[in-house]
Design a protein around this ligand. Structure first.
Ligand code: SF4
Length: 451
């Protein structure tokens, strides 16, 4: 039974055997372990992809392992790869990259992508294994011992520096590993998900940083209804000086680091020509008008597909977009939002649940509504300034007033003046002075606009 963040409970069936890699994750960050082992959430980053490629090569040469008695009797050097063993005593399972044996002793060797930790109190330049790696190797040693092999030490090979770092499997490490195992099992069976690490250098390297959002999650958790709304920032506003946060009493814990890009390179696809048909071939969307291909768009380049009015999309295209977690939004021809289709998107369930809970708090909704409306009006004003040869001062001033009024709105149900005029003011400005060059370009993009 797992207890959720807000006291809800649910049953989770977890495999009986814990993989050595999961204990590595637990020591690295208990929250990461919870995401991967309990929630079944996984995401790749550069490091995990490189690791997977390296292990695929090792696994391609799967070896065999003589019995413990045969190895104990042999004096010659033995070497094998990609061995999987389990321990009945500790309910652990481990995959060994390489196993070396000599003089009756076996030594697991684990390949890691990065560099070793440097130095301890006695020798500051000595390469040492990182704690998660030490514990992972201790699990391998425990599994080997439980199968009758003699294992006194293990080796981590750090490929970035091409160094072999020896890890003695002594009583202290075994105790540390069994304690971690007990704590990991307790966490998995009772929950809730642990808090994020605070200002940790581990987070930028974590493959789940885009799902966990450590700083944002902490920042949202501290949100105070009585606090004033954040000051709106503008396009060319450099923001407060770096030490301003300290001057205002904001601690380093309060700051949200930019751990994931503010905006990825993907762009939304807007289709507004009536009668278009969207199909797909491979990972490419084929946009046709009366059986004539008008545009091809790679799904990997798109973050969202927006269909305005009578535009058809094939089931195959919907399935592929869902698989790639690209949402499809449906609008009327005039831009009225109808609904959205997206895949399972089982990412940060806790964040999603809290978002629904916050949606029940009127003051939070008001603050969000103010920010959304003000942001929309500000965007229109920016577009007008960028695209107009000579932006009409009256329209700009009017939009500015509306933006400021919406930031001070006393109710989240917008009064009628805020619902349409910004669009009308914007359109009026664009309609009279659009440059011929942009008009031609817009005409070319009429069928499929990839902004
Ligand atoms: S981003 Fe940081 S807090 Fe979140 S799971 Fe990864 S290491 Fe843990």
């Amino acid at each position: 039974m797992i207890a959720g963040n807000r006291g809800t409970e649910r049953t989770v069936e977890l495999p009986d055997y814990l993989p050595a890699r999961m204990l590595n994750e637990f020591v690295y960050c208990p929250r990461l372990f919870f995401y991967e082992w309990v929630e079944g959430v996984f995401a790749h980053n550069q490091e995990t992809i490189e690791g997977a490629i390296r292990h695929r090569k090792l696994d391609a040469r799967e070896g065999s392992l003589p019995s413990a008695d045969e190895l104990a009797a042999s004096e010659s050097f033995f070497h094998t790869r990609s061995i999987q063993l389990s321990s009945e005593t500790h309910r652990l399972i481990a995959k060994l990259d390489v196993l070396e044996a000599a003089d009756g002793l076996v030594t697991p060797v684990d390949y890691k992508r990065g560099s070793p930790r440097l130095g301890d109190a006695t020798d500051k330049s000595a390469p040492l294994a990182w704690d998660p790696d030490r514990v992972q190797l201790a699990v391998q040693a425990l599994v080997l011992r439980d199968n009758g092999y003699r294992c006194e030490e293990a080796i981590v090979y750090y490929s970035a520096t091409k160094q072999r770092v020896r890890v003695p499997i002594d009583d202290a490490l075994v105790r540390e590993t069994l304690d971690a195992l007990e704590a990991a099992r307790a966490l998995a069976s009772s929950g809730p998900i642990p808090a994020t690490l605070v200002d940790s250098p581990k987070c930028p390297k974590c493959s789940l940083v885009g799902i966990c959002l450590p700083d944002e999650t902490r920042s949202c958790g501290r949100w105070d209804e009585r606090a004033p709304a954040h000051t709106q920032r503008y396009l060319f506003d450099p923001g407060p000086p770096p030490d301003a946060a300290l001057a205002t009493g904001e601690s380093a814990d309060d700051r949200v680091r930019r751990l994931v890009p503010a905006r990825d390179d993907l762009r939304p696809l807007y289709l507004n020509t009536q009668g278009l048909h969207v199909g797909k071939s491979g990972n490419v969307l084929k946009i046709k008008e009366k059986d004539k291909l008008v545009q091809e768009v790679r799904i990997n380049d798109v973050c969202q597909v927006n269909l305005f009015g009578g535009i058809q999309i094939s089931t195959q295209a919907v399935q592929t977009l869902c698989e790639n977690e690209v949402p499809i939004a449906y609008f009327s021809q005039g831009g009225w939002f109808y609904g959205i289709t997206h895949g399972l998107g089982v990412k940060n369930v806790y964040l999603r649940r809290d978002q629904f809970a916050w949606a029940d708090i009127p003051s939070f909704c008001l603050r969000l509504a103010r920010a959304l409306v003000a942001g929309k009006i500000r965007n229109q004003r920016t577009l007008l300034q960028r695209n107009h040869v000579e932006p009409p001062a009256a329209a700009l001033a009017q939009l500015k007033c509306m933006q400021q009024d919406s930031e001070r709105a006393g109710s989240s149900s917008m009064s009628p003046p805020f619902q349409r005029p910004p669009v009308e003011v914007h359109a009026a400005g664009l309609g009279t002075r659009r440059s011929p060059r942009r008009t031609a370009r817009h005409r070319r993009q009429r069928g499929a606009d990839l902004f």
